[in-house]
Design a binder for this molecule. Structure first.
Ligand code: NAP
Length: 251
């Protein structure tokens, strides 16, 4: 039997499937906890978690600390995307300012049987430099915020995929934009073949939902360039939903 609620208001920094799974698990275990999930607001029709949702930035660590205090939040879980380093930094600082416990729900990067075939890069700009030596038909699967860094690569074909249609055309002479979310292994494999892709560039975000394109590209013998995530935010960390529930239970 679950015990009494350990916190009354939990703020989950979300935008990920892990954050939604966490909100659902907390609600099942402690139905009386008020759960607020915060989204960056990057997509027009995000997948929504159970509980309340707030959308948009807080205005840095100070703004987030003010929000925590104003809403009476008494625990904070950072379940953001591994590449969303700014909000994780703000979360760590805000928790200190507002004197609330904070946990990071981590997600390990992907590992592959064919790991030796993957070119691991420390940054977007290293990935761009690696492409200077080749890659004519590139699936650039890094989201939309950093694609401009590749616009100096001339004469290449870029395949791009965004959840929402971009506000302005991508900065490439030759490209195709697909609107949608990552697909199954079969869908991704078919798409890579349909566009005769020879190189995949992606962020190693570790999410189960977006891994299939990498598996398919490796199986097809394509060149795979993966950008490593930034360093983890400061501890404490949990590596699973159960670990996060145990942390809440321990407060
Ligand atoms: P970021 O660089 O960490 O955050 C930039 C600002 O966006 C933050 O300082 C914060 O604004 C606001 N923000 C981000 N996440 C928020 C959240 N959960 N709730 C409220 N505000 C939030 O993150 P990003 O710009 O969203 O993304 C950086 C990279 O992460 C992207 O290139 C992408 O690869 C990856 N990514 C992010 C998400 C996501 O949901 N955030 C999803 C998929 C991939 P204030 O400073 O004003 O508070």
């Amino acid at each position: 039997m679950p015990g009494a609620p350990v916190v009354s208001r939990l703020l989950i920094l979300g935008g990920t499937a892990d954050a939604r799974a966490l909100a659902a698990a907390v609600q099942v275990r402690w139905p009386d906890i008020r759960i607020i999930t915060s989204l960056a607001g990057r997509t027009a029709t995000p997948r929504l978690p159970v509980g309340e949702v707030q959308t948009g930035g807080f205005g840095g660590a100070g703004g987030l600390a003010d929000y925590i205090t104003a809403e009476g939040v008494d625990a904070l879980i950072d379940a953001t995307h591994p590449f969303a380093a700014e909000i994780s930094k703000s979360a760590a600082e805000a928790a200190t300012i507002a004197h609330v416990p904070r946990l990071v729900l981590t997600r390990p990067p992907w590992q592959f049987v064919q790991n030796a075939a993957v070119q691991h890069m420390r940054s977007i700009s290293a990935a761009k430099s690696a492409l200077e030596s080749g890659g004519q038909r590139i699936f650039l699967a890094i989201g939309r915020q950093e694609i401009n860094q590749f616009n100096a690569l001339k004469g290449r074909f870029f395949l791009l995929r965004f959840i929402d249609a971009p506000a302005s055309p991508p900065p490439f002479d030759r490209c195709e934009v697909l609107i949608g979310r990552p697909g199954t292994y079969e869908d991704e494999r078919k798409m890579l073949q349909q566009f005769a892709i020879d190189t995949l560039v992606a962020k190693n975000g570790g999410s189960a939902a977006s891994r299939a394109k990498v598996d398919a590209a490796l199986d097809l013998g394509l060149r795979v360039i993966l950008i490593d995530p930034p360093d983890l935010p400061p501890p404490p960390h949990a590596e699973s939903i159960d670990g996060a529930l145990a942390w809440l239970d321990s407060l």
